[in-house]
Design a protein around this ligand. Sequence first.
Ligand code: SF4
Length: 362
Amino acid sequence: MQSTTAINETVELLARIEARERLSLEEWKAVEDSAPTEELGRLADELRKTLHPDDVVTYVVDRNVNYSNVCVSVCTFCAFYRKPGSPEGYVHNYEEIFSKVEEMIELGGSGVLMQGGLHPDLPLDYYTGLLHELKTRYGIHLHCFSPPELDHLAKITGLGVEGVLRELRAAGLDSIPGGGGEILVDEIRRKRRTHCNTEEWLNVMDVAHKLGIPTTATMMFGMGETRDQRLMHFERLRELQERNPGFVSFIPWTLQPDNTPIGKRFPDRIPGDEYLRWLAIGRLYLDSIPNVQASWLTQGLDVGRQGLHYGANDLGSTMIEENVITPAGANHRATEIMLCEAIVAEGFRPMKRRADYVRLDR
Ligand code: SF4
């Protein structure tokens, strides 16, 4: 049972959040200790309305093209990668990728989310040539290569992060997905054998923002991290966004443990009510990031819909193809019509967007 002093402190902190005051990391710990989820949801919904007063909820139709599953890393939460030399390893040639993109365009898609493993020796020409061809042939938005891939490319080419990003942008790269963010605390990253440390992940985004390339910030939780580590993750994202803005969205999702080494230790998924609580805290903590996405793919469409009342103004992608978290147990599926109907049923106006959150429809 909370003391009267603690209750008063929580009430005061919630009032300061409502007044749009920034709380410190320590103050957020006190909020997370005691604030009711419904109240956090109400405040997050208020902030969402302030940032998006037209009640539009966006979504994207795109395709997750995984050009290769060969990876030198061994993240314990990953069911996608194959070690170099594995008979199950693959690298798609350009023609295979073109046919996937053509299918995506036929289905009304606006862009490609392209990510892969950390291939030990695929040359930079493979990536730049592919972007150039995709842009020239189809003129689509190219949302490609998460910070671990970019950090890896920077190292194996010797060009550094800025050199690699300049080459990729010249070839057609439009924006960068925030994959590999997981929890930005090295203690938990080392335990989960996550590729690239906190500073390396943030540095890629810092350089991208300096070059004017939009990015997304993510969080994958439910892999044994502590409450304080989740809050520290928000703090690191907020610090970067304040110093050098460029995150256009925050996308939290939950560990899918099936077929992963870590799944033996943490077989249980984060439940919907816990997801919604952290979605609301993320919306409020990261108040300088304009958009927040609810992850229907990992939580199911029902929780995704509820997320629209806990601070989210985006319902993500129809995911025409997904190969990374699906093998780990994310089996939810939704079509464009299903997403639009869900958005309307919750009282919002659906609108298609690009991967950089530029709206496409009126
Ligand atoms: S999450 Fe990415 S970097 Fe980690 S093992 Fe899987 S493919 Fe490799």
